[in-house]
Design a protein around this ligand. Structure first.
Ligand SMILES: [Zn+2]
Length: 106
């Protein structure tokens, strides 16, 4: 009973997070970075509350919350098997493990 409730809460939270991120993306594409930031920080807050590992870790800057759109708000490089995202807004660099499909490495 208690468990079911929290599962339901998670589901709702996840849906909300998805919505907030898509809003953030839209606003950022329109050049309204601050609005985008507001939606990202809302999504992050919900994610923290219900302990959901947000599947959007690469979609925003962890420093200034700006939504990441390559060539617009960030620059993306792949280096030594890692994805390096450079935020054009605040200059923060985030690194993520980058999984390549198994092919001849080179
Ligand atoms: Zn930033």
């Amino acid at each position: 009973m208690y468990r079911k409730e929290s599962q339901e809460a998670r589901k709702i939270a996840r849906e909300r997070i998805e919505k907030l991120f898509s809003q953030a993306e839209l606003f950022t594409k329109e050049g309204r970075y601050d609005l985008g930031r507001r939606y990202v920080s809302l999504a992050r807050r919900i994610g923290m509350k219900v302990d959901i590992s947000v599947g959007h870790r690469m979609d925003y800057c962890r420093n200034c919350n700006v939504y990441m759109i390559p060539a617009r708000t960030c620059r993306v490089r792949v280096r030594r098997g890692r994805k390096v995202i450079f935020c054009l807004s605040c200059g923060n660099t985030s690194r993520f493990p980058y999984r390549r499909k198994k092919r001849a490495e080179g």
